[in-house]
Design a protein around this ligand. Sequence first.
Ligand code: DAS
Length: 326
Amino acid sequence: MTQAKIHVLATGGTIAGRAGSPVRRDYRPGQIGIEEFIARIESFGLDARLTGSQIANIGSEDIDMTVWRELHATALAAIENPECDGIVITHGTDTAEETALLLDQTLPTHKPVVLVGAMRPADAVGSDGMRNFANAVVVARDREAAGRGVLVVMGDLVHAARDVRKAVTTGTKAFRSFPRGPIAAVTPTSLEWFAEPWRPAQEARYPLPDELPPVAIVHACAAADVELVALLVRHGTRGIVLAGMGEGNAPRRLRDALADAVRAGVPVVRSSRVDEGLVDREPEDDNAGFVAARALGPAKARILLQLLLANGITDPAAIQAAFQRR
Ligand code: DAS
């Protein structure tokens, strides 16, 4: 069997971070370059040949459209290159779910695309970075990893971009998936899928636009200040995601302000500020013209709404249909 060829796209994050001491709390992300990554993993003797591109070396809280465009273009070129079998993207964990969903919707599913990060810097005691990275290579070299959209590998588990979120602020078990849960278990010597691919050999759902339109997240809270919604509309926001209470609820005055925004031509998606669970359509959504975010939390609902608006999809029913898709 020939060795799988994996292209690694490095963007920085804690997985590329150093503290300068095994026990120091603060550290600098984005210190390790792609050559060092590849040299380290090659010393493990994994059955894969790695090449790399340094896209950025930043904390993922600073990720922006410029990085996303370059990441997308390089990943697409690797997918189209017959010499490449799979792609691994090293990324900070804070916005991993946003980048994963953006790429998930804008790349074809013909080859594995695997995002990986770490919760501890490379020189910390008990660092998880190189293990996660080795696991990501094991996933990316497996043909069965294609046809599942973009994957996120963390803590010996494989998650689908649509389901995954960072749910815990510290510690190495920081990622969870809903509604499906993790779709595979992985170690440097094993990989077990729990289900069949559900998006085999699909083209990208949407082209990646040059820019994403401004979409605001409004966080619902008791006795919320509702003036914010009208301000956002006046300021030119193209869409609003409600981080609602419970099943996407909000105080009556806030719901009224959001219905006014819809009447002014600004689509509104109801998601939840609660960590996990569905936000389904309610009868009031028909009257107000709201969209229900289903299983997407506010950050990912915003990415999907931005992509839809950028591609000219503004009708609430069409937006709702996109939120229903797995
Ligand atoms: N600084 C964060 C980031 O780059 C943390 C991390 O990578 O885990 O997202």
